[in-house]
Design a protein around this ligand. Structure first.
Ligand SMILES: [Zn+2]
Length: 51
């Protein structure tokens, strides 16, 4: 299965949930929303990012 290159993985700084986002949201000022706890945060606030 090919690795998708149009996404990156982030970790929610509040609950630790890992989820992926569209690369268009990387290095942007648009906040990401955690699907688990609905916390909104910037990608730069994520404790862990995998690209
Ligand atoms: Zn969360």
């Amino acid at each position: 299965m090919p690795v998708r290159e149009d996404i990156f993985w982030v970790t929610c700084p509040r609950c630790g949930e890992k989820f992926y986002c569209d690369n268009q949201l990387r290095h942007s000022s648009i906040k990401l929303m955690c699907p688990k706890c609905r916390h909104r945060f910037l990608d730069s606030d994520s404790p862990e990012i995998r690209e």
